[in-house]
Design a protein around this ligand. Structure first.
Ligand code: NAG
Ligand code: NAG
Ligand code: NAG
Ligand code: ZN
Length: 533
C-alpha cells in the first residue's frame, strides 16, 4: 500500500497525517489525547454560563435526509478532501456546543417523510406524511379536509413580529421542506395547479407555488429552483437567447414572477434566475429578492455548472446580507435539499458532497453572524437506510472497500451500503464483484440488501445541533415539533413571550394582581442580573 506523509497545521498543533495507512504519530502519546480532552473540558465548563440573550436572528439549517451516519461520513469526506485522514476532522456543525436528538415519526407514520416532518419543525405540530402546514386532522390528498386545519409556521410568526424572513433551498422552492414555511396543502405534490386533481381545484384548494406569494405577503428572500411552476403553460420560463427554454406548467395562465415583480417594483425588489445576476446585486440596494435558478431542483453540487448556478453557500451569503439590514432581525430557513435525493438514488457520493456543501454554508453563516444575538440550529427531517462499516482502517477513503473479503461469498464489499435501494444488483445470480466496477465514481450506486427503485428514509432519531441564545434548551431527546417552540421563545415572538416583556422593559401584563406584579418585578431584576453578569 502506498503511504504518503503530509504535514498539516491544525490550530496550533503540527499534525503528521499518514494517508491511506496508519495514523498521526502524535496519537501514540497519551499527552496528545489528554491535552485535547482538557481543552474540550475547559470549553464545556465555559458553557455553565448560559447564553440567555434574546435571539434577534434565527437560522435553521435543514439537511434533508441528513441522518447521523450521513453526518459522520460527510465529516470524514470533508477531512479527506482537505488531505487529512478524515475521522478527526470537525464539521462546522460539530463545533456547535449543544446537541440533542429529535424523534421524527409522523402522526401516521413510523418512518417519516419530508412534508409531515417539515410541518413539525416549522409549524410546531406533528402532522400526517405528505401534508404541509396542516394539522393531523387533515387527510392527505383530500382537499376538503384543509379548511380549519391550517397551522402557521415560525417563518410567519417571525414576519408578524417585524423580522425579515428568508427561504433558501437547493430544491424547488415549492418542495416539501420550504413549503411548510408558507403553505397549507394536504398534498406536498401540488406544486402548481397542473399537478392538482380537478376536484381539489373545484373545492377551492390552492397550489403551493401560488401560496408562496399569497399567504405571507413579501417573504423578503426566496432562493432555489422551481421556476416552471411560476409560469403559464406553453410559455417559456426564461426569455434569453442561448438559454434552454423550459415551458411553464400553470393552467390558470398566471405569471407569478411577473406579479411578484410588479408588486415589489418600487420597493427595491429584484428577480434573478442565474448566478451572475445574483452575484452582481448590491445587497444594500435589495430589500426583496426572488431567485429561481432552475426549472425544478438545482443540480447536485458535484454536477453544478459553476458559471450559471450559485452554490448553497453563495445563496446563503447573499440572503444574510439582505436580511440582516432589518434592525429587528431575521428568520432564515436554509435547506440542503438534495442530500435526500442522492440517497434515494443510492448515490452516496452525491449525497455526501451535498452535506459537505451545506456544512460550508453553515460556516459562512457563522462568520456573518454572532452567537451573541443569533440562534443557529442544524438538523435533519429524517434519516436514510444509509450506513458505512466493515472495520475499515483509519483514513480509509470513505468511498472505499472494507479491508477483507466476505467470508460467505469471498467477494470484496464497499464500506458504504444501503439497507434497500437501486444498488441491489445480481450478476449471474450472485452479488456483484465490486472490484470489477468503479465504486468511486460520482454516480456509483452502493449495494443494497433489498431491490427498490428508490431507496427509503430511515426511522431513527436525527441530531439537532444548536448555538447562540438559549441553545441549551435543545438538549436530551425530544419530539421534532419542539424545535420551533424553542426558537420562537429564544427570539421572543410566537405563542410564548411573557418572559420577554420584562426583558424588554415593557409594561407589565394587564390583569395581574399586585403580588404577581411584585413577584415578576423580582423575577425581572433577577433576569437582568443574569444578563449583566
Ligand atoms: C371529501 O372529499 C373526499 C374525496 O377527496 C370524499 O370522498 C369525501 O366524501 C368528502 N367529504 C366531505 C365531507 O365532503
Ligand atoms: C398548450 O399547447 C398545446 C399544444 O399546442 C395545446 O393543446 C394546449 O391547449 C395549450 N395549452 C394552453 C393552456 O394554452
Ligand atoms: C473480483 O474481481 C477482481 C478484479 O477483477 C478479481 O481479481 C477477483 O478474483 C474477483 N473475485 C471473485 C470472487 O470473483
Ligand atoms: Zn426523501
Amino acid at each position: 500500500m502506498k503511504v504518503t506523509a503530509v504535514l498539516l497545521i491544525i490550530g496550533s498543533c503540527l499534525v503528521l497525517v499518514l494517508e491511506g495507512l496508519g495514523f498521526p504519530e502524535q496519537e501514540k502519546d497519551p499527552k496528545f489525547w489528554n491535552a485535547w480532552a482538557q481543552r474540550t473540558l475547559k470549553d464545556a465548563l465555559g458553557l455553565q454560563r448560559l447564553n440567555q440573550n434574546q435571539a434577534k436572528n434565527l437560522i435553521l439549517f435543514l439537511g434533508d435526509g441528513m441522518g447521523v451516519p450521513t453526518v459522520t461520513a460527510a465529516r470524514i469526506l470533508k477531512g479527506q478532501l482537505n488531505g487529512q485522514s478524515g475521522e478527526e476532522t470537525q464539521l462546522e456543525m460539530d463545533k456547535f456546543p449543544f446537541v440533542s436528538l429529535a424523534k421524527t415519526y409522523n402522526t401516521n407514520a413510523q418512518v417519516a417523510d419530508s412534508a409531515g416532518t417539515a410541518t413539525a419543525y416549522l409549524c410546531g405540530v406533528k402532522a400526517n406524511e405528505g401534508t404541509v402546514g396542516v394539522s393531523a386532522a387533515a387527510v392527505r390528498s383530500q382537499c376538503n379536509t384543509t379548511k380549519g386545519n391550517e397551522v402557521t409556521s415560525i417563518l410567519k410568526w417571525a414576519k408578524d413580529a417585524g423580522k425579515s424572513v428568508g427561504i433558501v433551498t437547493t430544491t424547488r422552492v415549492n418542495h416539501a421542506t420550504p413549503s411548510a414555511a408558507y403553505a397549507h396543502s394536504v398534498d406536498r405534490d401540488w406544486y402548481s395547479d397542473n399537478e392538482m386533481p380537478a376536484e381539489a381545484l373545484q373545492d377551492g384548494c390552492k397550489d403551493i407555488a401560488r401560496q408562496l406569494f399569497e399567504n405571507i405577503p413579501n417573504i423578503d428572500v426566496i432562493m432555489g429552483g422551481g421556476r416552471k411552476y411560476m409560469f403559464p403553460k406553453n410559455t417559456s420560463d426564461v426569455e434569453y437567447p442561448g438559454v434552454a427554454k423550459h415551458s411553464g406548467t400553470r393552467k390558470d395562465g398566471r405569471n407569478l414572477v411577473q406579479e411578484w415583480t410588479d408588486k415589489v417594483k418600487n420597493k427595491k425588489g429584484h428577480y434573478v434566475w442565474n448566478k451572475k445576476q445574483l452575484l452582481s446585486l448590491n445587497p444594500n440596494n435589495v430589500d426583496y429578492l426572488l431567485g429561481l435558478f432552475e426549472p425544478a431542483d438545482l443540480p447536485y453540487d458535484l454536477e453544478r455548472d459553476t458559471e450559471t448556478d450559485p452554490s448553497l453557500t453563495e445563496m446563503v451569503e447573499v440572503a444574510i446580507k439582505i436580511l440582516k439590514k432589518n434592525s429587528r432581525g431575521f428568520y432564515l430557513l436554509v435547506e440542503g435539499g438534495r442530500i435526500d435525493h442522492g440517497h434515494h438514488e443510492g448515490k452516496a457520493k452525491q449525497a455526501l458532497h451535498e452535506a459537505v456543501e451545506m456544512d460550508r454554508a453553515i460556516g459562512r453563516a457563522g462568520l456573518m453572524t454572532s452567537t451573541h444575538d443569533t440562534l443557529t440550529v442544524v438538523t435533519a427531517d429524517h434519516s436514510h437506510v444509509f450506513n458505512f462499516g466493515g472495520y475499515t482502517p483509519r483514513g480509509n477513503t470513505i468511498f472505499g472497500l472494507a479491508p477483507m473479503m466476505s467470508d460467505v461469498d469471498q467477494k470484496p464489499f464497499t464500506s458504504i451500503l444501503y439497507g434497500n435501494g437501486p444498488g441491489y444488483k445480481l450478476v449471474n445470480g450472485a452479488r456483484e464483484n465490486v472490484s470489477t466496477v468503479n465504486y468511486q465514481e460520482n454516480n456509483y450506486q452502493a449495494q443494497a440488501a433489498v431491490p427498490l427503485s428508490m431507496e427509503t428514509h430511515g426511522g431513527e432519531d436525527v441530531a439537532v445541533f444548536a448555538k447562540g441564545p438559549l441553545a441549551h434548551l435543545l438538549h436530551g431527546v425530544h419530539e421534532q415539533n419542539y424545535i420551533p417552540h424553542v426558537m420562537a421563545y429564544a427570539g421572543c415572538f410566537g405563542q410564548n413571550t411573557d418572559h420577554c416583556l420584562t426583558l424588554n422593559g415593557a409594561v407589565s401584563h394587564s390583569g395581574t394582581s399586585a403580588v404577581v406584579t411584585v413577584l415578576s418585578s423580582i423575577a425581572a431584576l433577577f433576569t437582568v442580573n443574569r444578563l449583566l453578569c
